[in-house]
Write a protein that binds this ligand. Structure first.
Ligand code: PMP
Length: 408
């Protein structure tokens, strides 16, 4: 007997409605097609793992595989190994956040944390506030639970609190649909901007006044190239849900992130996580634990900061030299990205094919908004991965492509 072949296209009645509407972006498809070796990429968000110390990593991995109890190869607890959480609580202390291991749950990267938060807290139609533009894959994680996502613009001082307040007034006090506000306060992805101390304080006040959870996503906070450290929201209000990750200060190939939240919140998330994966990778946890306790990881962090800082400087200098006066861009004090704004009539999505032809890639701005329209005249540029020479050349190529689009 043969079974009729099922087709899982858009029309299949087997696919869940919420998944039927998910689309691969045209941009991703275009990138997949671009395999030419001479292309310089300003589109990704990758750390330069070639800067990592081989010996220290060998030591951490060796410690994991030579443990006679082989704990690294066994199932672990859903919330993550206590020893690993302790090591990560210790490194949180130097950014001003004091949490105990019971207030921390380990995840498979911060990305899983975003998905777990969506699954735990969002019903269809619930309201999530985000910066506009915001981290593309946070939008994908939340969208799977069909919320209404409202974007609040930022300026050079982070999310605009006046516009947030207007939006909150529209939503109304006591509105049960309002669940959370998601923010990347340090060196925002994709904007590169950092929320000022004053706005952080105001955000916390508003979260109490309008009763919503703050999700503070902080993958880049330690990668600061100028200016002083900003106190995390979590250090100012215990109810804030803080997301950390080793992806940008160690290695994204080891999938370790964490959620710091009050124990009652974590208990809920932990129940959901059991159904997702039982437990995260114990092996990754043991390696991470050794890396942050037995190796000089701060020295490597300084190397990342120096290298990325030089690359950022190269990009800012090249933009100044080659980009037309009609363009403007943010000045990130750290992180991986900056945000360019072009005249309203320029559509960066359609410009991408020409840029690829010229040998450079970037991320068109509309992908960072829920409506897929706003941000069309903008783009995100990454400066963490390519050498300063390549960055300068890429900006020169991109400037030519832009100039062809300008109405003179
Ligand atoms: N949040 C932000 C703002 C990010 O930029 C990233 C990675 N690019 C993540 C979360 C996810 O990081 P990971 O899952 O590797 O920890």
């Amino acid at each position: 007997m043969t079974t009729a072949h099922m087709k899982f296209d858009q029309t299949s009645d087997k696919i869940a409605d919420r998944v039927r509407n998910l689309r691969s972006s045209a941009v991703r498809d275009l990138f997949a097609a671009a395999v030419r070796p001479d292309i310089i990429s300003l589109s990704g968000g990758m750390p330069d793992v070639s800067l990592l110390p081989q010996r220290a990593i060998q030591k951490a991995v060796h410690a994991a595989i030579t443990d006679e109890r082989a704990v690294a190869l066994q199932y672990g607890s859903t919330n993550g190994r206590l020893e690993t959480r302790q090591a990560l609580c210790d490194i949180m202390r130097d950014i001003g956040v004091r949490v105990k291991p019971e207030e921390m749950l380990l995840t498979s990267g911060a990305q899983q944390a975003l998905n777990l938060l969506g699954e735990t807290f969002l019903d269809k139609g619930d309201i999530v506030l985000v910066e506009g533009p915001t981290y593309l894959t946070a939008l994908s994680a939340f969208n799977a639970y069909e919320p209404e996502i409202h974007s609040v613009p930022f300026d050079d001082e982070g999310m605009r609190m006046d516009l947030l307040e207007e939006e909150l007034k529209r939503i109304g006090k006591g509105n049960k649909r309002l669940k959370m506000l998601y923010t990347i306060p340090n060196f925002q992805n994709p904007g590169g901007v950092t929320m000022t101390g004053e706005r952080r304080k105001r955000l916390i006040e508003l979260s109490h006044e309008y009763d919503f959870m703050i999700i503070e996503d902080d993958p880049y906070g330690r990668l600061r190239y100028e200016g002083g450290h900003m106190v995390p929201l979590k250090a100012q209000d215990d109810r804030v849900i803080y997301l950390g990750t080793i992806s940008k200060i160690f290695a994204p190939g080891l999938r370790i992130g964490w959620i710091c939240a009050p124990v009652d919140v974590l208990a809920r998330i932990s129940l959901v996580k059991q159904g997702a994966d039982l437990c995260g990778s114990t092996f990754d946890q043991v390696v991470v634990e050794h890396y942050f306790t037995d190796t000089p990881w701060q020295r490597t962090l300084q190397k990342f900061i120096k290298t990325y800082g030089e690359r950022r400087d190269a990009m800012l200098a090249a933009l100044e030299e080659y980009f037309p006066p009609e363009a403007s861009w943010t000045h990130p004090e750290g992180g991986f990205f900056l945000w360019v704004t072009l005249p309203k009539y320029v559509d960066t999505g359609s410009m991408l094919a020409d840029a690829l032809e010229a040998g450079v890639t970037f991320c068109p701005g509309d992908s960072f908004y829920v409506d897929g329209v706003t941000g069309r005249n903008c783009m995100r540029l990454n400066f963490s991965y390519e050498t300063p020479e390549n960055i300068t050349e890429a900006i020169r190529r991109l400037a030519k492509v832009i100039e062809e689009r300008l109405e003179l």
